[in-house]
Design a protein around this ligand. Structure first.
Ligand code: SF4
Length: 243
C-alpha cells in the first residue's frame, strides 16, 4: 500500500517546469528521479506487453520497489497470463489486482458479448473503473506508453499531471521506439510476451485483438474494424490521449 511521503503538490507551473526539465533524462534517470520524489507513492501499471517486461526489469535493476497494478480483464491470452506469472516470480513483484465483475456476471447484467455491441462500455467496466479505484491511493503512476505508438500519443510528456486521476503520470519510454524496447529486452535477456513474435505488436483482450498484417500500424490489431482506438484508461483532463 502506498504511503503519503514524499510527493509533489501539483500546480500548472510546476507541471510545465518538470516536463521541460525531465525531458532530457533517460528512462533510468527518470525512474530514479521518480523514486526519490515519490517513494512508495509510486505505482506501475502492467498489461504484460513488452513495455511491462522492460519496466519491471529496469525498476528492479535500479533497486526500486514499486507496486504493480495489473488490469486483468479475465479475457487475456494464455500467453499473457504466463508472461505475468514469469515476471512476478523472477522479479518478486508486489501485484495489486483491482476487483472486477466476472465475465459471467457481465453477461447477466449487460447481455452477452458486450465487447461486440458496446466496446467502450465493456472497457469502462473491465478496465477504466477498476483502474480508477486502484490508482486512488497513489501519487504517481508509471506506464510504458510511447509517443510513436499512435498519433494520439504523440504529445505525451515524460511527466504530466492527470486531472482525472489526481496524480502525476510518468512515461519513461515516451521517446523510445518499439525497436529500442525490443533491443533492451534482448540485451538484458528479459522474458516477454511470446505473442509479440507471432504478429501481435500490441496485445489486449482476446475478443478485441488480432495480429497485424505487414505494413499495418502497431495498434491496428486492437478493436480492428470498430473505429475504436484506445480503451480510455489514460484519457484525462490534461490531454486527449487514450490507451
Ligand atoms: S478490450 Fe474488448 S473485451 Fe477487453 S475490456 Fe475492452 S471491449 Fe472488453
Amino acid at each position: 500500500m502506498a504511503d503519503t511521503t514524499p510527493g509533489l503538490e501539483y500546480s500548472p507551473e510546476l507541471a510545465e517546469r518538470l516536463a521541460q526539465e525531465l525531458e532530457p533524462l533517460s528512462a533510468e534517470e527518470l525512474l530514479s528521479w521518480a523514486g526519490e520524489n515519490f517513494g512508495r507513492q509510486l505505482c506501475l501499471t502492467c498489461s504484460w506487453q513488452k513495455q511491462s517486461s522492460a519496466l519491471v526489469h529496469m525498476l528492479s535493476a535500479l533497486g526500486l520497489r514499486v507496486d504493480v497494478i495489473e488490469l486483468d480483464t479475465q479475457l487475456l491470452f494464455r500467453e499473457t497470463y504466463d508472461t505475468r506469472d514469469l515476471l512476478v516470480e523472477r522479479y518478486g513483484l508486489n501485484l495489486v489486482s483491482p476487483e472486477i465483475i466476472s465475465v459471467a456476471e457481465q453477461h447477466l447484467q449487460e447481455g452477452p458479448n458486450l465487447w461486440e455491441r458496446d466496446p467502450d462500455r465493456c472497457c469502462q467496466i473491465r478496465k477504466v473503473e477498476p483502474l480508477e479505484r486502484a490508482l486512488a491511493p497513489y501519487g504517481a503512476w508509471i506506464s510504458g506508453v510511447r509517443r510513436d505508438q499512435s498519433p494520439s500519443r504523440a504529445g505525451l510528456k515524460k511527466i504530466q499531471w492527470s486531472e482525472r486521476h489526481n496524480l502525476w503520470r510518468i512515461h519513461p519510454f515516451a521517446d523510445w521506439s518499439e525497436k529500442r524496447v525490443r533491443a533492451y529486452l534482448e540485451v538484458n535477456e528479459i522474458p516477454y510476451n511470446p505473442l509479440h513474435d507471432k504478429g501481435y505488436p500490441s496485445i489486449g483482450c482476446i475478443p478485441c485483438t488480432r495480429p497485424v498484417r505487414p505494413g499495418e500500424d502497431e495498434r491496428a490489431g486492437r478493436w480492428a474494424g470498430s473505429g475504436k482506438l484506445e480503451c480510455g484508461i489514460h484519457l484525462d483532463g490534461s490531454n486527449t490521449e487514450r490507451h
